[in-house]
Design a protein around this ligand. Sequence first.
Ligand code: FAD
Ligand code: FES
Length: 262
Amino acid sequence: MSVFPGGASASGALHLPTPFFIRSVEADNERTRTITLNASLNAIPGQFVMAWLPRFDEKPFSLVAADPVTLMITAVGPFSKLLHRLQPGDRLWIRGPFGRAFRLPCHGIRAAFVGGGYGVAPLLWLARAWLPDLDALTVIIGARTSDDLLYMDRFDALPKAVKESAARMKIFTCTEDGSAGVAGLATDQLEAHMSAGELDLICACGPHGMLAAIDRLGEKFAVPRQLSWEAYMRCAVGICGSCELNGSVLCLDGPVLEHGNV
Ligand SMILES: Cc1cc2nc3c(=O)[nH]c(=O)nc-3n(C[C@H](O)[C@H](O)[C@H](O)COP(=O)(O)OP(=O)(O)OC[C@H]3O[C@@H](n4cnc5c(N)ncnc54)[C@H](O)[C@@H]3O)c2cc1C
Ligand code: FES
């Protein structure tokens, strides 16, 4: 397996796509697959890469892991559907890693990680990285139906994988139709924990509506939050301006933005 330093490609030139080979493809549900590549990157949880299929398109994807490079792809449109057709042995070109990651402000805090849809992608890695340093971790995974829930088994396996963390980690699932876990939105579950005064920090990734609701809750209960926002990205290096959100250039300033006093 090859290892490339952060931001560099195989050729050594910055920001040029590097061809990697697909090592495995796993189906997570009907619309989502996890693709593992045959290379590693120097990256940290919350960063993303640009995945390129020559003559077609290039789009950003959160890193599920960097060693080896792992991506979770939900098929919603032309590019993601084409990525779903890739098989082990096929090539996928990668640029990156890019962007600001999640940042642990200090040891011994009580954090909540909230993931909606493929927003869980960076949070599993984040949980593995931060669990040893957290006092408590509340994971809230939301989806429309039980079929849309992602990575439940991987989160369930985490306390065993990270030594002595079982007592510190609690996992809650929420579905909008009530077909698994608690009926309702992930933000309802989060609000219950916030109003009980159980949280020092919220990290979240998911649809804009969910992140905006979390931001409002964080303000109401004065809990700092680190939110990973999505935008349309082209260059990923701060030149084209296509990823601007409320004055932030998300490929450089984000995707993780800090809100409140972190
Ligand atoms: C920082 C960052 C990280 C990202 N990480 C991931 C990731 O880990 N996994 C992943 O699958 N994608 C991720 N994305 C989104 C990804 O870059 C593409 O936008 C996505 O794959 C859709 O591209 P497409 O060309 O297939 O569809 P598009 O043509 O862009 O979209 C097709 C249609 O689907 C709608 N749509 C787009 N996204 C969704 C959605 N999530 N659910 C329902 N409808 C949707 C669009 O509004 C449009 O109507 C990330 C984006 C950013 C900015
Ligand atoms: S994608 Fe070009 S400035 Fe962010």
